[in-house]
Write a protein that binds this ligand. Structure first.
Ligand SMILES: Nc1ncnc2c1ncn2[C@@H]1O[C@H](COP(=O)(O)OP(=O)(O)OP(=O)(O)O)[C@@H](O)[C@H]1O
Ligand SMILES: [Mn+2]
Length: 539
């Protein structure tokens, strides 16, 4: 294997892709980000057991149990009753062991979640470190340069330990970078992050625990959001808890007049990852102290002016924004403690501009008007001929997003974004999921309309959905397990049992819709597994 990037000083054999759209064409040399950023390892900290290991363990354990049962039988041969009792005990043990086996680990070890990675060229990375002024890029020179921090790396340095920020001595070497920077440097044309990149777990862990140094309101969008800053210069987008997490959206409310939910932002990140997309920035839950971690440190005067104590003595604020920023719609602590979601910030727009695309299936956002797709059953025929949906993977990317949205009942996907650098050949960012998981008692069939009208789906997506419908990988089970990693789970489950179980129901509906498509059309499958031995990916 060889390594192309001028940045790297050593090469590691690249691991397979952890996310869906980063498929390589068979026969190409895989070239992963681990080959580019030498401090990154392909081992995930949270998923240590590959399934083959677990299967091995299972066989060993089964053999051990068999042996024990046999031995026990010899001793208690004459006592039929005891024999039955032991048999029952052993059977219970085995079933307990099977049920305690991690379905999530098994899922992420499945070949469909470890497809070979697409061959990445320099232009397929969102960001790159500035090239050196001096010629040459040998390892020795890199080290030499790293030690000579006062010259070329000066712009990465900060001596300012005032205000609580860390002293930053970032060089070209990845191990001097904070986790958020390593995560940013890992963003590629086909995925926002690599599921196995340890920096992603580190970013999440740091957002949940690091000291908060600053909190200011984020402009743009309609609801209250804060940008929080951490000592290592990382930042996160905060959305507060505004209603009980299990409160169902009022049936008389339109989709555009509903509060955002912090738990929906968290659960959406997990769902997107479980579906194998990796298109939502890492999100984590946290309990914050409104006085200490917002009011006392904010330099945002517009925000400071909105704090007040409620009649029952809870500390509240409402900020200033287009909707719901009023004394009638406060964000309140108990009495000062508030549940929030923290989403890792994407690279600044000045470094990585993004393009916002209006969804062709956008709702009318009116109480009376219908959107064009609601009036014309053949609407997709037009979309299919309209750039950028007429070539590349844009249409099936949109269908992936529709599947995510139908599962979590998000009707608010009016726009999606892409990184401008990558033009039309890139993944779609699934930002803003705060209005998802609002109702569990009903499903929203209109969210699935693009799939029904277009009848197109990626083969890899369909196969992963089928996998998630099997008892061994059941979507609700892997989601419960994935969410259990979030710190807020210790307060209360992030998704109630009802919200979890509707995931399985909705998954069935999606598979039925695809089945109906397959019965009536012959170009339903976008074959992104062409050239692969599909049997390898069957279950
Ligand atoms: N993790 C992130 N990093 C950087 N920017 C982000 C992130 N998440 C969202 N944004 C940007 O902030 C804008 C507002 O965020 P978001 O859409 O979540 O808020 P909102 O109040 O729900 O907006 P709207 O009312 O328009 O739906 C988004 O359009 C997006 O460009
Ligand atoms: Mn929104």
């Amino acid at each position: 294997l060889f390594c192309l990037s001028v940045l790297q000083t050593s090469c590691v054999i690249p691991p397979p892709s952890s996310c869906s759209s980063s498929l390589s064409f068979p026969g190409t040399v895989p070239h992963g980000k681990q080959g580019r950023s030498h401090s990154l390892s392909s081992q995930s900290s949270s998923h240590k057991l590959p399934v083959s290991r677990m299967n091995g363990d299972f066989t060993k354990m089964a053999a051990h149990i068999d042996h024990n049962v046999e031995a026990s039988f010899n001793i208690v041969n004459e006592k039929e009753k005891d024999k039955k009792l032991i048999q029952t005990k052993m059977a219970t043990k085995v079933s307990q062991w099977i049920s305690s086996r991690s379905k999530l680990e098994a899922l992420f070890s499945h070949p469909l979640y470890n497809l070979p990675r697409k061959h990445l060229l320099e232009d397929d990375w969102l960001l790159k470190l500035k090239p050196k002024n001096k010629g040459g890029d040998s390892e020795e020179e890199d080290e030499e340069e790293d030690s000579d921090k006062s010259s070329e790396d000066s712009e990465w340095q900060s001596d300012s330990e005032e205000d609580g920020y860390d002293r930053a001595n970032w060089t070209r070497s990845a191990d001097t970078h904070p986790a958020w920077l390593r995560y940013h440097l890992g963003i590629s044309r086909w995925e926002l992050y690599d599921r196995n990149d340890p920096s992603v777990a580190e970013v999440t862990q740091q957002m949940a625990t690091q000291r908060i140094l600053s909190a200011v309101q984020k402009s743009g969008g309609t609801q209250l959001k804060l940008i929080m800053s951490f000592p290592n210069y990382g930042q996160a987008l905060l959305k507060p808890m505004r209603q009980e997490r299990d409160a169902e959206t009022d049936f008389n409310l339109f989709y555009f007049s509903d509060f955002e939910r912090h738990n929906a932002e968290i659960a959406a990140f997990h769902l997107d990852r479980v579906l194998g997309f990796c298109r939502i920035p890492p999100v984590v839950g946290r309990l914050i102290n409104i006085t200490r971690e917002i009011r006392a440190i904010t330099t945002d005067h517009k925000l400071s002016r909105t704090f007040f104590t409620s009649p029952v003595g809870n500390l509240c604020f409402h900020g200033q924004c287009e909707y719901y920023c009023s004394t009638e719609n406060p964000v309140c602590g108990r009495p000062q403690v508030l549940e929030v979601s923290l989403a890792s910030m994407l690279p600044d727009l000045s470094l990585a501009p993004r393009r916002s695309w209006r969804s062709p299936w956008r709702r009318s956002y009116s109480r009376t008007k219908l959107a064009p797709w609601e009036k014309n059953p053949d609407y997709c025929d037009t979309v299919k001929q309209t750039p950028p949906y007429n070539q590349g993977t844009r249409l099936v990317d949109l269908i992936d997003m529709v599947i995510l949205d139908f599962l979590m009942s998000n009707m608010d996907r009016h726009h999606y974004e892409t990184f401008e650098k990558f033009g039309n050949d890139t993944f779609l960012l699934h930002l803003d999921n705060g209005r998802a998981f609002g109702r569990h008692s009903v499903d929203e069939p209109s969210i699935l309309v693009p799939l029904r009208q277009c009848c197109r789906i990626r083969r890899s997506t369909l196969m992963r959905l089928r996998l998630l419908s099997l008892p061994g990988f059941r979507l609700s089970d892997v989601m419960r397990e994935s969410l259990s990693q979030d710190p807020l789970e210790s307060v209360a489950p992030l998704l109630s049992v009802q919200h979890l179980s509707v995931l399985d129901r909705r998954l069935k509906t999606i598979l039925k819709a695809v089945h109906t498509c397959l019965e009536h059309h012959d170009d339903v499958i976008h074959d992104d597994l062409q050239g692969y031995d599909v049997n390898l990916y069957r279950h």
